[in-house]
Design a protein around this ligand. Sequence first.
Ligand SMILES: Cc1cc2nc3c(=O)[nH]c(=O)nc-3n(C[C@H](O)[C@H](O)[C@H](O)COP(=O)(O)OP(=O)(O)OC[C@H]3O[C@@H](n4cnc5c(N)ncnc54)[C@H](O)[C@@H]3O)c2cc1C
Length: 553
Amino acid sequence: MAQKLLVLGGGFGGLYAARELRKRFGDEAEIQLISEENYFVFQPLLPEVAAGAITSMHAVTSLRELLAGVRLRKATIHSVDFDRQVVTVFQGVQRRPTEIEYDHLVIAMGSRIDLSRVPGLEDHALKMKTLEDARRMRAHIIERLEHADVTFLPEVKREALTFVVVGAGFSGIECIGEMKELIDRSLKYYPNIDPSEIRVIAVEFAPRALNELPESLAAYAVKQLEKRGVEVMFNTGVASVTGRRLVTSTGEVIPTRTIVATIGNAPSPVILDMDLELTHGRVAVDRTMQAKGRENVWSLGDCALIPLKDDAKERDDFAPPTAQFAVREASQIAQNIQAAVQGKPLKPFKYKSRGALASLGARRGVAEVFGIKVSGYPAWLLWRMYYLSFMPGFDTKLRVFLNWLLDSIRPRSVVALRAPEKEGARYVHYAAGDPVFEKGNRSDGFYTVVSGRFEVSYQDETTGETVTREVGPGGHFGERMIMGESTRFGTVRALTDGTALVLGQEEFTKLSSTFEALGSYLEDHFNRVYHIDWHPGAAKPSGEPAEKSPTRH
Ligand SMILES: Cc1cc2nc3c(=O)[nH]c(=O)nc-3n(C[C@H](O)[C@H](O)[C@H](O)COP(=O)(O)OP(=O)(O)OC[C@H]3O[C@@H](n4cnc5c(N)ncnc54)[C@H](O)[C@@H]3O)c2cc1C
């Protein structure tokens, strides 16, 4: 029977692994890739998207176009049951979970950004990880210029024209260089802004920038940025952030309305929940990229900790989280999966970086390739040529090239298209008999009944009996989500035509942990209705198993 090879994640690791598996197995295996987006993001280009050098649609490639012969499933990965060899996902707007079986599983789910360690940073900083982040950053910068151009209040103008990037690693330096270029090239459209009023600041905790490059190149990069008016603060961390200021670890207060955080790489919560050996939140694999203790589970890219030698201990003994490595890991992992299926010996992953490149914006860059140091215009050109050749898909290469060409001869656009932000609360209408949600569905919000009557039914955890109750206007259901339950515990249907106000999980959790009266009410409600001892601020009540009742599809 054909092997079922399942790849989780459609980034550098997942995409290249799936393509290589297809090349090796052809029709002898069913290869499937699951990704929450149906496109591939070339992350090194995100700072250029944020600066408007490349249109966002042009910086991504359709995964369907890149994955000929591989089945693509656009879905959100929820969990993996390694003993039953199934992955549970939620697909489309469907809230019912779907299970997918595998013989070999490749985990390539990347990482996420967690800024929660610095007070206020998570709520006020812009991130640079997804296409949406880049689009939002460009719109935000242009909005600040628009505001600064018309305000009469000097302190508001000063805040609007101060831009701070936290972190001076690769993405921080590239972000700040591109951001400065966007601002400089846009100023001609804003007659009330004098260039001397602009402050662009990089804040870096370490004593130097671009750790992966030789010190001389990092110093050149900083000098170039300073020449263009960027302030770089080393040995400086971020103590706290509000919507109007950033306080550094040295106590300096920077009034600003723009903070871009390029720090805080953290493991994906789905990976943290997996029954796998993890090291620092990354999947612990051996040198062949096989997960420790699981022969048919493999992992690569940013979510895996891949040793480059047998007794790996130091940071440099492990593969760095870069696209350059993820692509090489993908090729080796496919070879090893084929060897495992054929009962042949596996090979350890070996790769030595060929170098590193960074674009500084304004046609300047730094690069070290095969030990040769390059800086200035040649390095910038090398950066563009390298990434153009690295980009998958001819159409994407062509579109990016045409964007660059246009950008070099025409002014940057300052059009800021406003995309509607996600609604925190929404009304949903039901006809009598409509299901609202079923046991095992994804938890999507907290429901307050506006009109009509609804029936809630669930199994009592202590007696095992089915409990049914009716909820009318002013009543509520779906509140167990606050305990961290990601799937529904009971079933709800509309008894009559009616309307419910649905508050998203994040908003509901924030509100009930802040609004004391709501927290106490829920504490009492959980005790009275479900006989659960829960307190505001606690996730799950102790001893309660996570709910899982997925349906097979
Ligand atoms: C701004 C920026 C600039 C960079 N520049 C460079 C550079 O110049 N050179 C370089 O070598 N590297 C660079 N990197 C790093 C490089 O992009 C990463 O190392 C690389 O993307 C890692 O690949 P990956 O497959 O592990 O993760 P990713 O590419 O992040 O892919 C993860 C995939 O998993 C999917 N996924 C995650 N969770 C779920 C879920 N629950 N359900 C469904 N799908 C899910 C995501 O949608 C995504 O498709 C840069 C990164 C950034 C952010």
